[in-house]
Design a protein around this ligand. Sequence first.
Ligand SMILES: Cc1cn([C@H]2C[C@H](O)[C@@H](COP(=O)(O)OP(=O)(O)O[C@H]3O[C@H](C)C(=O)[C@H](O)[C@H]3O)O2)c(=O)[nH]c1=O
Length: 189
Amino acid sequence: MEIEKTDLPGLLIVHPRIFRDERGYFYESYNEQKYKEAGIETVFVQDNESRSVRGVVRGLHYQLKPHAQAKLVRVLEGTVFDVAVDIRKDSPTFGKWFGAELSAENKKQLYIPEGFAHGFSVLSETAVLAYKCNELYHPESERGIALDDPELQIDWKISHEEFIISDKDKKSPRFHDAEMNFIFAENQI
Ligand SMILES: Cc1cn([C@H]2C[C@H](O)[C@@H](COP(=O)(O)OP(=O)(O)O[C@H]3O[C@H](C)C(=O)[C@H](O)[C@H]3O)O2)c(=O)[nH]c1=O
């Protein structure tokens, strides 16, 4: 398994080791010891799965502290453009976003620490996303940021005309007005 750093401190791309043979493939999609050795110390307590059709954009979501969630995201079917936005107020990359194409084919994973808003767009006919969280769902603490925020300028790799988004996400505030309480922790570099 290889870990790739990104321009946003703490946000990592995981390249799992895939074992292929004439039957197909096998790989460890998570291994607590190996991920800890690679710097992903997080212990996960909840697994989520969602299926979406082409054009769906889910997010940008996060939970306020003390219910902030770190996530380990992978794709079981199809292809998505997975995006994380740094909302750690004192981070040198506050307000910056990073995106990666995750697919059932490339089996890449995105490790998103606490202090990021998360969202994804679906680039294939359908996509199934599976992700681990280190904190339980706490709807009262859940917040959103507008997917088409003019300050963030996220390129979702699909046209806005194609967007299929939930009524809830349509009402998310702009980044500038979003409620955040993330203080940048030095150990997140
Ligand atoms: C997130 C969540 C939702 N739900 C229920 C609440 C709703 O009745 C239903 C759909 O929830 P929602 O529309 O918020 O689902 P998504 O839009 O996929 O939300 C997710 O989208 C982005 C990409 C994320 O990273 C978050 O994990 C999560 O916010 O599932 C639960 O029961 N448990 C949960 O952990």
